[in-house]
Design a protein around this ligand. Structure first.
Ligand SMILES: [Mg+2]
Ligand SMILES: [Zn+2]
Length: 233
């Protein structure tokens, strides 16, 4: 499903047509935002080969639809401490985010990067950002619940998907994780559909609990039985 992104480097991202999409274009690649803000790792990453990937809107920061304004970035509760906990544990950190506002002509790459920069100011650096700039009609392989963003981020971190956990606020985040062979943990908000919460095997009350859950197994990438709680929490 994500084979378009597999052979060699993805082509340079092309501007999306405003509004409508070109359905004939096969699986355009996700954006991988790396660069100056990526944590330098002299000699390459040698820490524990594990990763936790976070959904952005409604998970790391409050969900402001199609937000391109850094001034409107507000972290979710416990986000900073939860991330610090993972950094201390030597876990690779990434963000996997659908930003269909780009395809809809509501967001530019500059705005997406400006919001990324503000989030890193508030929450600290991430090792990789994988962004889907496409809309539902683009038939890309990266828009969650497709696995492309998770696979691209894991590859960018040099971590196997099965040793990767995705934390998100809707069912599509966890579905993308499973489709990639990773583990998914749901942290519902008031906006999360009840049916999606009921369907997920691993649900945490907040980011602090989600991170403890992610770290609880010897291998956070291996699916484990839900600890306590379970569906419906
Ligand atoms: Mg979300
Ligand atoms: Zn995409």
């Amino acid at each position: 499903m994500v084979n378009a992104a597999e052979p060699g480097r993805p082509a340079a991202p092309r501007p999306q047509p405003r509004g409508s999409a070109a359905p004939s274009r096969p699986e355009p690649p996700p954006w991988l935002l790396t660069g100056p803000r990526t944590r330098p790792e002299p000699g390459g990453r040698t820490t524990t080969p594990r990763a936790v990937l976070f959904d952005r809107d409604g998970t790391l920061v409050e969900d402001v639809p199609y937000n391109g304004d850094p001034a409107r970035v507000r972290p979710m509760p416990h986000a900073r401490a939860a991330l610090a906990r993972l950094r201390t544990a030597g876990v690779g950190l990434g963000v996997v985010s659908n930003q269909s506002g780009v395809a809809r002509g509501l967001l530019t790459r500059q705005q997406v990067e400006a919001v990324r920069d503000r989030i890193e100011e508030l929450l600290g650096p991430f090792d990789v950002w994988a962004i889907c700039p496409h809309g539902p009609a683009d038939r890309c392989g990266c828009r969650k619940p497709a696995p492309g963003l998770v696979l691209a981020a894991a590859r960018g971190l040099g971590v196997e998907p099965r040793r990767t956990t995705v934390i998100g606020d809707i069912g599509a985040d966890c579905a993308a994780a499973r489709a990639a062979g990773a583990r998914g943990i749901l942290v519902p908000t008031a906006a999360t559909r009840t049916a999606e919460v009921a369907r997920e095997p691993e649900v945490a009350a907040d980011l602090a609990e989600a991170v403890e859950l992610a770290l609880s197994g010897a291998d956070p990438g291996c699916p484990v039985a839900p600890r306590g709680g379970g569906p419906g929490r």
